[in-house]
Design a protein around this ligand. Structure first.
Ligand code: 6MZ
Length: 220
């Protein structure tokens, strides 16, 4: 087991909101429970349950999004997720996440992604290279004579199968704007029984034309 942890690894399929520490989810749920927004004991059971069906997995994601979709929490979970992968010696991480609007707190897809980038910049346990040159410095590669650990991160923006054609297109345009910040592709994900492929075709075709890579979930 020890040798698996120390082995350098490449992680190509991590969903940001699917990679959060249980301890963080429970802390966030406890906070919302104290405000009376949720019943903590019910949510705790859902978070700690193992061996979930597909239906239960997507119910959990809806719950996680209630707990995490504000700017400061998105920044926090991004930082923690990167630090957790780095602690397992992941050296290259493709992190995918669905940019979200949340009118009630003034969150746009753009500000959601700004919060993600802020989380990448906030990582302290390892040097982060996300293709943003201002981050790179010769000095950061060496710390008191020994090389600092480094993790390379590239981002994929996900389109949820519940979205409309216009919303999917907005995500692709955002990915184009963020190419200099390590965004390399578009992911189509979400509940496999929801939506129609045709809804997303214009956005995926546009992404291809713009040189973005594409990955799609199907039939899991
Ligand atoms: C069975 N495997 C899967 N199949 C399809 N979509 C999945 C998935 N696992 C995760 N997601 C997608 O990722 C979102 C959570 O992360 P983000 O909010 O984007 O960071 C889920 O809501 C779902 O849309």
């Amino acid at each position: 087991m020890e040798s698996w942890v120390s082995m350098p690894k490449v992680e190509l399929h991590a969903h940001l909101n699917g990679s959060i520490r249980d301890s963080t989810l429970l802390e966030l749920a406890r906070g919302l429970g104290e405000k009376g927004a949720i019943v903590f004991s019910e949510v705790e059971q859902v978070i700690l349950k193992r061996d979930r069906s597909l239906k239960e997995v997507f119910r959990l994601f809806d719950l996680i999004h209630i707990l995490t979709t504000d700017q400061s929490t998105v920044t926090r979970i991004t930082k923690e997720v990167v630090e957790d992968f780095a602690s397992e010696n992941v050296v290259y991480l493709e992190l995918r996440t669905t940019p979200k609007n949340n009118d009630s707190i003034g969150m746009t897809k753009h500000s959601y992604m700004e919060a993600v980038i802020k989380g990448l910049r906030a990582v302290t346990t390892v040097d982060v290279d996300f293709g943003c040159h201002e981050m790179e410095s010769d000095a950061s590669d060496v710390c008191i004579g020994s090389p600092r650990k480094k993790i390379y991160i590239r981002l994929l923006l996900s389109i949820d199968r519940r979205e409309s054609t216009a919303s999917a297109m907005e995500t692709v345009k955002l990915a184009m704007e963020m190419k200099e910040l390590g965004v390399v592709g578009i992911d189509l994900s979400g509940h496999p029984l929801v939506g129609e492929w045709i809804t997303f075709l214009p956005a995926l075709q546009f992404a291809r034309e713009q040189g973005l890579s594409i990955t799609v979930h199907c039939g899991e």
